[in-house]
Design a protein around this ligand. Structure first.
Ligand code: SAM
Length: 227
């Protein structure tokens, strides 16, 4: 039932948890988590009415309404302290939106949350910045290739004192850098070629954008050090 990307997100969810899947759309993830007994209770949160009503019908059809609550709401507003949600999943959105949703979360909504599983489609460094600046440590990461797009999955746990990350770690992922999977190497090899080409093109440009050139050279240095 799950795509390769959502399967990788699913793998990051710990057993015996209470999960809120924010921006759940079709609610595939909560259904799979409950059906396979990974978690006992899940909220499928969705801001759009259409997907929310469809998911509600599906959840009832599968006889899962006791374990999955489909709720309409913006971001973490669907979570109440009584729900005792310990794991929040936000998948399939841009990094800016994920960061924005997390920034707007209240103390009450995050009160029982120990784990965040985040899958930004783009803008991964923004998500890593939010985590280390808000009391979370990245404990696992995965990277998968699906239909010519590379997706990164970031799992974080709450800590008393966060460890700072280097610029290279924000960019490429502290765990992914050590795992160095073939998908990771292919992603950054591809980016490296892109930066080299862009630098070559810039040489012929009328106006020199030195700041951009410096940034690309910096990225090239990080990537070469890791690959
Ligand atoms: N999480 C699913 C997945 O990974 O396959 C669905 C991803 S879908 C591309 C993004 C969903 O997030 C959409 O259904 C959209 O309506 C919802 N969404 C966007 N902003 C949201 C917000 N602030 N709160 C809740 N849901 C939101």
């Amino acid at each position: 039932l799950l795509s390769k990307r959502l399967q990788a997100v699913y793998q990051m969810v710990d057993k015996d948890t209470r999960v809120a899947d924010i921006g759940s759309d079709h609610a595939y993830l909560p259904v799979e988590l409950i059906e396979n007994d990974v978690c006992h209770f899940a909220i499928a949160g969705e801001v759009a009415k259409g997907p929310m009503s469809r998911s509600k019908e599906d959840v009832e059809k599968f006889g899962l309404s006791n374990n999955i609550d489909v709720r309409l709401g913006d971001g973490l507003a669907v979570i109440k302290a009584d729900d005792q949600i310990d794991t929040v999943v936000i998948a399939g959105m841009g990094g800016i939106l994920i960061q924005n949703i997390l920034t707007r979360a209240t103390e009450e909504q995050l009160s029982h949350v120990k784990t965040l599983v985040l899958q930004p489609n783009i803008g991964e460094p923004l998500v890593r910045h939010w985590l280390v600046e808000n009391g979370f440590e990245i404990v696992d990461e995965d990277i998968v290739n699906e239909e010519h797009h590379v997706y990164e999955i970031i799992k974080a746990g709450r800590v008393d004192k966060t460890k700072p990350l280097t610029e290279a770690q924000f960019l490429m992922g502290p765990v992914l850098m050590t795992k160095k999977s073939p998908t990771f190497v292919a992603k950054w090899q591809h980016k490296l070629n892109g930066y080299h080409k862009a630098l070559e093109n810039m040489k012929h440009a009328k106006e020199i954008d030195q700041a951009k050139i410096d940034l690309m050279n910096q990225y090239i240095k990080y990537i070469k050090e890791i690959l």
